[in-house]
Design a protein around this ligand. Structure first.
Ligand SMILES: NC(=O)c1ccc[n+]([C@@H]2O[C@H](COP(=O)([O-])OP(=O)(O)OC[C@H]3O[C@@H](n4cnc5c(N)ncnc54)[C@H](OP(=O)(O)O)[C@@H]3O)[C@@H](O)[C@H]2O)c1
Length: 265
């Protein structure tokens, strides 16, 4: 039975990645901070699909978190065939008003530990000449977004890094697929989370279901794609955003975000 490790498995798109992978016969290692939620999901997946499922409560905002996680998985005698780097943090608001430690946490989770886990597992998979890595970026990564500036920049990093690495791994013929997933607005807690500074009022009709996002991501990665934009609306949006010059796009996005952003009290 192949094994998949999913970060940010306790909620949202991450939980759906686990459902999709369990349905496809993967054993799972679930990683996030909230242990109880991970254990409840693991019990449900074990009962529902007869798979093996382990949980690791781990804070990916800590500098050594990726190495510690990799070592814990090795000590459990497990190897990872499919890594999903899904855990992510978002902040809405004005850069100077969001404290620096919060921004640094976001960079640590969204960039530093995603890169470190990709490095550790890309090497490990290349030695075994088999593996899949799915890194979760965002449509926010294709353009600079005022009032979500660090988040959008962190996702631009994930997108650029992943697409370039896909090509390198192909060139080295090591049978490791790197895929970058770019969801648009998706109906999860990330769309309304008091820890994120402000709520962005997006109509539910404009949001994709997390299950659809997860399915397209896993299917695309198993098919060897370098990038997946889930849903036709998001694909069309990405084409238009690519056509508009930044000098028009950035002010328009800034106006949209400020008009639709309400700070949590
Ligand atoms: N929702 C959207 O509209 C949207 C759009 C584009 C891209 N994305 C991306 O999709 C991914 C999943 O987002 P989501 O919408 O599913 O968000 P979510 O519902 O808020 O879930 C985030 C997950 O990340 C985990 N996490 C957060 N901080 C962590 C930390 N320090 N250490 C370990 N785990 C941590 C959370 O678990 P714990 O709290 O238990 O640690 C949770 O399981 C993110 O990378 C996000 O940027 C989301």
């Amino acid at each position: 039975m192949p094994t998949a490790l999913v970060t940010g498995a306790s909620d949202g798109i991450g939980k759906e990645f686990c459902n999709v992978l369990a349905e496809r016969g993967y054993s799972l290692i679930l990683v996030a901070r909230r242990k109880k939620r991970l254990e409840d999901l693991a019990n449900r997946l074990i009962k529902g699909f007869g798979i093996n499922c382990s949980t690791i409560s781990h804070d990916l905002a800590k500098p050594e978190a990726a190495r510690e996680l990799f070592d814990s998985v090795s000590e459990m005698g497990l190897s990872v065939d499919f890594l999903v780097n899904n855990a992510g943090l978002l902040q809405n608001g004005f850069f100077k008003d969001i404290d620096l430690a919060t921004q640094e946490n976001m960079i640590m989770v969204n960039i530093m530990n995603l890169t470190a886990l990709t490095h550790l597992y890309a090497k490990d998979m290349a030695e075994r000449r088999s593996g899949h890595i799915l890194n979760v970026a965002s449509l926010a990564g294709i353009m600079p977004i005022p009032n979500q500036n660090v988040y959008a920049a962190s996702k631009a990093f994930v997108l650029s890094f992943g697409r370039a690495l896909h090509n390198e791994m192909q060139a080295q013929k090591c049978d490791v697929i790197i895929t970058t997933l770019c969801p648009g607005y998706t109906a999860t807690k990330m769309m309304d989370n008091p820890d994120q500074g402000a709520k962005l009022a997006i109509p539910i009709a404009m949001m994709q279901a997390p299950r659809k996002v997860a399915e397209e991501g896993i299917t695309g990665c198993l098919a060897g794609k370098d990038m997946v934009i889930p849903g036709i609306v998001n694909k069309i949006y990405s084409i238009f955003a690519g056509l508009l010059p930044n000098k028009f796009l950035i002010p328009a996005l800034g106006r949209f975000y400020r008009a639709n952003m309400t700070p949590y009290q």
